[in-house]
Design a protein around this ligand. Structure first.
Ligand SMILES: Cc1cc2nc3c(=O)[nH]c(=O)nc-3n(C[C@H](O)[C@H](O)[C@H](O)COP(=O)(O)O)c2cc1C
Length: 190
């Protein structure tokens, strides 16, 4: 396994006012930092403010993000679920780019009510496959998420959640390294 750190882009998908998402992002980002193999890039879609109207000419916000996405070896998406689907902000992100996703792994940390936003993850899987990305099977999912973190944003069951995070980070490392090597040997889709 390569000693070169993997560039991992951590995407916070929710852009709602008073959103819970950043609490979950802070937790998984800390886990990923402690894991020690990643060069992290935190991408908050609320800050990216991508236009949802796709135009032929790229707006500056879209171009500004492109090099960060292109540089990523792997993506870790922190997503809720709204009415059984993933957020429109995430679909907007996905739809603005093409090559930036290809032959790269996607891991998910989902959070929500009883479903733990797992239906979001299912939908994302089929969309990302269509874009030649590699959605991973192992997911970290918080069911009734607001009960899983205390008022200071600390995870109430750090051992169980940490073990699930490790599996996900292991998979991201394996796929991220394997696909980076493969893309360098032979650029995808050319
Ligand atoms: C419009 C809307 C629809 C929702 N639909 C679902 C749902 O289908 N499944 C679920 O588990 N939670 C659902 N929820 C609850 C969200 O999981 C909860 O509000 C969560 O905090 C959303 O993440 P955010 O605060 O980071 O945006 C919904 C919330 C909203 C506002």
């Amino acid at each position: 396994m390569s000693a070169e750190p993997l560039r991992l882009a951590v995407v916070t998908a929710s852009v709602r006012e008073r959103r819970f998402g950043p609490t979950v992002t802070r937790w998984i980002t800390a886990e990923a930092r402690a894991y020690g193999r990643f060069d992290l890039d935190e991408l908050d879609l609320a800050e990216a403010a991508l236009p949802s109207w796709i135009t032929e000419e790229c707006p500056p916000q879209v171009d500004a993000l492109r090099p960060r996405l292109a540089a990523a070896d792997a993506f870790l998406v922190v997503t809720p679920e709204y009415n059984r689907g993933y957020p429109a902000s995430l679909k907007t992100l996905i739809d603005w780019y093409i090559e930036e996703w290809q032959a790269k792994p996607f891991g998910f940390v989902s959070y929500g009510g009883r479903s733990g936003a797992l239906r979001s993850v299912d939908h994302l899987g089929s969309v990302l496959c269509d874009l030649h990305a590699v959605p991973l099977r192992d997911v970290v999912s918080f069911h009734d998420a607001w009960e899983e973190f205390d008022e200071n944003g600390r995870c109430r069951e750090p051992e169980g959640a940490g073990a699930a995070a490790k599996v996900l980070l292991d998979r991201l490392t394996w796929w991220g390294t394997a696909l980076r090597t493969a893309r360098r040997e032979r650029p995808y889709n050319r």
